[in-house]
Each structure stands twice: as structure tokens, then as C-alpha cells.
Design a binder for this molecule. Sequence first.
Ligand SMILES: NC(=O)c1ccc[n+]([C@@H]2O[C@H](COP(=O)([O-])OP(=O)(O)OC[C@H]3O[C@@H](n4cnc5c(N)ncnc54)[C@H](OP(=O)(O)O)[C@@H]3O)[C@@H](O)[C@H]2O)c1
Length: 373
Amino acid sequence: MKRTTRRHFIKLSAAGALAVSSRSTSLFGEKAVKPLRILILGGTGFTGPYQVRYALSRGHKITTFNRGKTHPGELPAEVEQLIGDRNGKLDALKNRQWDVVIDNPTTLPAWVRDAAQILKGNVERYVFISTISVYGEVKTGVDEIAPTEKYEGADPYKETIEAMKASGYKTYGPLKALSEKEAEKWFPGKTLIIRPGLIVGPRDETDRFTYWPVRINRGGEVLAPGDPKDPVQYIDARDLAEWTIRMAENRETGTYNATGPAKSLGVGGMLDGIKNAAKSNATFTWVDEGFLTQQKVEAWSDMPVWTGKESGLALTKIEKALGKGLTFRPLADTARDTLAWFKSLPQERQSKLRAGLTAEREAEVLAAWKKRT
Ligand SMILES: NC(=O)c1ccc[n+]([C@@H]2O[C@H](COP(=O)([O-])OP(=O)(O)OC[C@H]3O[C@@H](n4cnc5c(N)ncnc54)[C@H](OP(=O)(O)O)[C@@H]3O)[C@@H](O)[C@H]2O)c1
């Protein structure tokens, strides 16, 4: 179970995201003290567009760099969009200057090396978006000084995204850890490393958190995993993006875990919160972990967000980020906005949730649970 759980985490946290609106927080639209020239590597997937809109609202000048493939035409007109490819087509970055670069899509150390080679001397600071997957399989909650996973391949600079996928994403955490080091190598003392946990909310193409608002909104008897007290952690993409911009404004450096909520939350509290937000008539039938394992219902992929008892993944320590102003919107906002976004997608997309159980499978497992001796 642990191994599967972890594999699913890294696989799904490597996955990208899609489109829709951003909502405001109290700091939205407040002008920053000093407008920055910010280069966002990526910027059009899941979290990037929230960074872009928030940064613009605070008066910054934004340039993005991507292939122009993901959500073309969606960037606000005032954004300068440079086109290229992290795999060797970086000319558009040459002879340009920015105050700070935010590197969103990178898993490969060579992507950091190649961009940093060009940007060094022209950009003051490097923000690297990493992941808590760098810690590997953990049994207890970890803080930022915990060891990261070792890369065991031959040459990390020769790794490709295709090879990482073919490895079942086993190299994702180790390569992210090496990419962090690569950023620090090129921008010593000028690197900010943010390690998010599960990122959720509107635009999330993986449907992990989304499964729960959608399922609970449908109502009726809902299969709920394990013990209501089992811990869960996640961060709304908008909270992450906005904090990333504020950290950049404050010229922060160092390494930060970034997940939430601020106070520990059980899966029961999460499901109840979603139920209240959706004003649903759903009832929860709690099925114990051993029985789920027997039924081949897996934590994380079949029962998203929930990691099972043995994993320390949902106990990641975030005190350092809290001390630097990481804030969280209410679960109800995340649940309602995610549901509204999901309902805005084409019917065909809505009919195929990418995480969680199908209605048929859920009914089968519930029936088996009731028949158990
Ligand atoms: N999702 C999670 O739960 C989770 C958890 C922990 C950490 N993370 C990390 O968080 C980050 C999330 O990034 P995001 O997807 O939200 O960022 P994003 O900036 O919104 O989207 C990814 C961007 O990368 C660009 N891109 C992809 N391949 C490229 C290439 N070869 N050359 C140039 N540009 C390329 C895409 O545009 P084009 O396709 O047009 O090029 C897109 O703009 C990732 O580093 C991920 O590892 C995610």
C-alpha cells in the first residue's frame, strides 16, 4: 500500500492542469511595494495562471516562457509570452533581464542548468517549484531538513521526461531534489525552493481532490476511507501561487514545505466540510483500511487525498512557511469553486473522473463491506 500510495502521489503530482477563473483574496489587487520584472517559466497550466493574475494585480511586469501549447490564448494581454522549449530551445531568454524567475514545470536538472546558464547575471533570484515527493516514502511528518531521496540512475543530466514516466515516476522525487541543488548551484544564496504537497482546486486536471466534491455533491451513500481521524493535507493552487509571489516580493530564499491546512485535519473533517459546502444529503460509510486493501481499493488513487495509516505524507511540517505568511482560504471555498469549475467542463470530460472510484465500483465495495462476516 505504501509503495502504491507514493507512486500515485509522485505520478499525479507530476501531472499538469487546465483552465478557469481565479478568485480573489484580501491581498488580491493590493499593489506590491516595488514592482518586479518576473519571468515565469511555464505559466499556462495549473498554478502558473494564478501566479500571473495575482502578480499583475500587485503591479508586477510578467513575462512567461513556454511552448505555447497549453491553453493557448488564455494569458492576459499585458503578459509578454516568450515561446521556446526547455529541451534546448531557449534563445528567447537570451540578453534579457528580470528581477526574479519562477521555474514551474521542471523535473530535470538539465532544464535548470540550461536555463540558469542563460539567466545567470541577467536575473537576480531563482524560485524553484519542487515537491514534498523529494522526501520519498516517509512514515512520520518531515520538516525541510529531512534527507531527500537519492538518484540512482547513471547520469541525471541525460534523463528525459519520457524516461521518468516510463520508470513509473520513480525518479520524479530524486530528480526534483537534484533540480533543487542545480538551482542553488547557479544562484547560490539567491534560490527559493518551494515544496508543495498535493495541489488542488479549479484547473486541477488530476481530479484527486475534485473527486470528493463531485462525489459528495451527487449525494447518497458515499464510501469513506479508513478512520475519519486519518490526516489529510493539500493546498489550494491559488493560496500556493499567491504566497509564491509574495515570497518573491520579499526576496525570500531557502527551502519551504508548502501544504495545508494550518491546523491538522482528518479525512472526516474534510469530507464533512465538503458536504456542508455542497449542501449535500450524502452520508458516509467508513470502511476500514484492511478491508479496502483486500478489495484492492488503493489509498490516494482510488480514495484520493487520503494516504492511509502508514504514510507520513499527510503529516508534512509547515511551520516554516506559516512563519512566512502562508495562508489558506476556507475548505468550503476550495470545495465550492472546484465543483463550479468542474461543472463548467465539457460533459465528456465530466463523465470521466481521473481519480477515485466509479459509481459501480463504489457500490460493489459498499455491498461487500455490508456482507462481510
Ligand atoms: N499537482 C500537484 O499536486 C503537485 C504537487 C507538488 C508539486 N507539484 C509541482 O508543481 C509544479 C506545477 O506546475 P504547474 O503545472 O502548475 O505550472 P504551470 O506553469 O501552470 O504549467 C506548466 C507549464 O509548463 C510549460 N511547459 C511544459 N513543458 C515545457 C517545455 N518542454 N518547454 C517549455 N515550457 C514547457 C507549459 O506550457 P506549454 O505546454 O505550452 O509549453 C505550462 O505553461 C510542478 O513543478 C510540479 O512538479 C505539483
